[in-house]
Design a binder for this molecule. Structure first.
Ligand code: MSP
Length: 557
């Protein structure tokens, strides 16, 4: 075993030219909900943004964006038993639901990994041997309080008792049970300084900053070594420890290695891709990614991730989501009413990484109607609709008309915002402040709607009015072109619809195309749908009834 401070130091200097974005892999013990989708949508927006700024395509195509399912361990075994389904079948079914969800919501992953994939199980065993070869694993008789839902041993200080005197995890509230068994242990304690050094080694290692502070506070107390195997008699559904067939690899070690598997580990080529540029995770799994994961990697002589982006959680009407409260939000069910794009928009518009967000149907409906239907959609149909644009064209700007429009304050304000827009939104994307990207875009669209109202294009009648009308339409369409390019990482389908309508070719939709450009010749609009987003009307109960259930109710009555 060796101390690896020098390795951590040298890691910081290497800059790789592509992006490697990850989501946590999702437990298959229950169906996906809106919180799970949130982790995936954040990572997808980052991956798509990197693709937009890193064109030409070749550098984007070497990028990695992985997600998948975490399928081993007791709680999965138990969930399968509760459903009276063989565990492999059960895993397949729930994993397929995640895959389906991510397809429906256009999550553009380059690999969907399952911890039951053959290449992953081999990678776990290889990684185990690397830890063993460097003297980081030892065998011990272990006893302690084990929490099955959290798949972790807890110390006395991490426990609390409920009213009936039952011990449970103070953090998650899940019950614990006393367990005595032979385990393999990992020398976590030896890597405490290395982990602190890694966290402090680069600016913005863990963002938002509050989560970096939480980690550093946690690291003030000495770290105990951790158990990284379970007897097979208790956890049979797992990866076998290479040197001891009576033991299964601890599910968290197994799960974390997924990030190495997707890079091609243990094949040597994986080194060209390693490490991840940003790993997205929820606040509940910070310790695993911010302490155990870098420690495992440093112990194996590998570089830890460049950055962790930690997000907070979604509550529903200010309550934690839980099956017993019947308030779990199924994104597919909600998408029937709001569309997948509507839900993506809401999550990234309303969610902020540093504090919990609250989901409510009233709020999502209000935001989508006001912003996607009335602001973005309205502007598109105004300039593409028959009333003002009967020839369905992207007109040419008339210089003299533009000059006189520039004398109007509303025009100036709109163009000022347009000049600032690419830089402001780029910075917000780079800081993962998606809600600020949307803020800038909506402000831009409001200013453009205001320009439209002030310059009254519907009053430009006859041949005399035509140059002014055409100029107003051309300038407005330029705003729509740029805002649609910028919104692609957030609402790829809707943005694509706008860009299609404006006849923007596929190779002119990247960040470098965000320069004001007016067409030199009149071009036709595409003959595609110009209604961008239909207004939503909530059913009277305020709770949207999914189509399937609505039909059932009708048949009954
Ligand atoms: N399997 C582990 C992760 C292993 S990664 C090597 C796990 N899975 S999970 O299914 O429980 O959670 C996956 C992600 O969903 C986590 O980022 C978690 O924070 C996120 N969310 C789960 N509930 C959530 C909310 N209510 N709100 C937002 N995100 C939440 O942990």
């Amino acid at each position: 075993m060796m101390r690896n401070l020098h390795l951590v130091r040298s890691f910081c200097s290497q800059i790789k030219p592509y992006s490697f974005v990850t989501t946590p892999i999702f437990y298959v013990n229950a169906a996906p909900h809106i919180g799970h989708l949130y982790s995936a949508v954040i990572a997808d927006a980052i991956h798509r943004f990197n693709g937009l700024v890193n064109r030409p395509q070749s550098s984007h195509s070497t990028s990695i964006f992985c997600t998948g399912t975490d399928e081993h361990g007791t709680k999965i075994q138990q969930a399968a038993q509760n459903h009276s389904v063989p565990v492999a079948t059960y895993c397949q079914q729930i994993s397929d639901r995640y895959r389906g969800l991510f397809n429906n919501f256009d999550i553009s992953h380059t690999r969907f990994i399952r911890t039951t994939d053959q290449d992953h199980m081999l990678a776990v065993q290889h990684f185990w041997k690397a830890l063993e070869a460097t003297g980081n694993i030892y065998s011990a008789q272990y006893s302690g309080w084990y929490c099955i839902p959290d798949e972790t041993f807890l110390t006395e200080s991490q426990l609390k008792e409920n009213d009936q005197g039952i011990k449970m995890s103070a953090e998650s509230g899940h019950p614990v049970e006393w367990t005595e068994e032979k385990n393999f242990m990992f020398r976590l304690n030896c890597y405490q300084d290395d982990v602190v050094h890694w966290i402090k080694g680069c600016k913005d290692r863990v963002v938002p900053e509050k989560f970096q502070k939480i980690l550093l506070d946690f690291l003030q107390d000495p770290l105990p070594d951790i158990s990284i195997s379970r007897p097979k008699t208790r956890v049979s559904w797992g990866v076998e420890v290479p040197s001891d067939s009576s033991q299964s690899v601890y599910v968290w070690l197994d799960a974390l290695v997924n990030y190495l598997t997707v890079a091609g580990y243990p094949k040597e080529e994986f080194r060209q891709k390693w490490p991840p540029t940003v790993q997205v995770l929820g606040k509940d799994i910070l310790k695993f990614h911010g302490v155990y994961w870098p420690a495992f990697l440093i112990a194996a002589g590998l570089e830890p991730p460049k950055q962790l982006l930690v997000h907070s959680h979604w509550t529903v009407d200010n309550q934690k989501m839980s099956k017993s409260k019947f308030n779990v939000i199924d994104p597919n069910e909600r998408a029937v009413l709001y569309t997948p794009e509507g839900i993506r928009y809401f999550l990234l518009r309303e969610g902020v990484a540093h504090s919990d967000g609250n989901y409510s149907d009233t709020k999502i409906c209000r935001i989508l109607n006001a912003e996607l239907a009335d602001t973005f959609g309205n502007l598109l149909s105004r300039c593409c609709g028959k009333v003002l644009n009967p020839e369905a064209v992207i007109p040419v700007v008339d210089r003299a008309s533009l000059e006189s429009l520039l004398a109007i304050e509303a025009t100036q304000r709109m163009l000022d915002l347009l000049h600032e827009l690419p830089e402001k939104t780029r910075l917000n994307y780079q800081q993962y402040n998606f809600y600020l990207v949307v803020d800038c875009v909506i402000q831009m669209l409001h200013a453009t709607n205001n320009f439209f109202e002030t310059t009254t294009p519907w009053k430009c009648k006859g041949p005399d009015g035509k140059p002014k009308l055409q100029t107003i339409l051309a300038v407005t369409m330029e705003v729509l072109r740029q805002t649609a390019i910028i919104l692609q990482p957030i609402v790829p389908r809707l943005s694509g619809q706008v860009l299609d309508k404006l006849n923007v070719s596929g190779d002119h939709r990247s960040w470098c195309d965000l320069k004001v450009q007016f067409s030199q010749r009149e071009r036709p609009l595409a003959d595609s749908e110009s209604v961008l987003f239909r207004r939503i009307v909530l059913p009277k109960t305020e709770t949207p009834v999914p189509v399937s259930k609505a039909k059932k109710v009708k048949t009954k009555s």
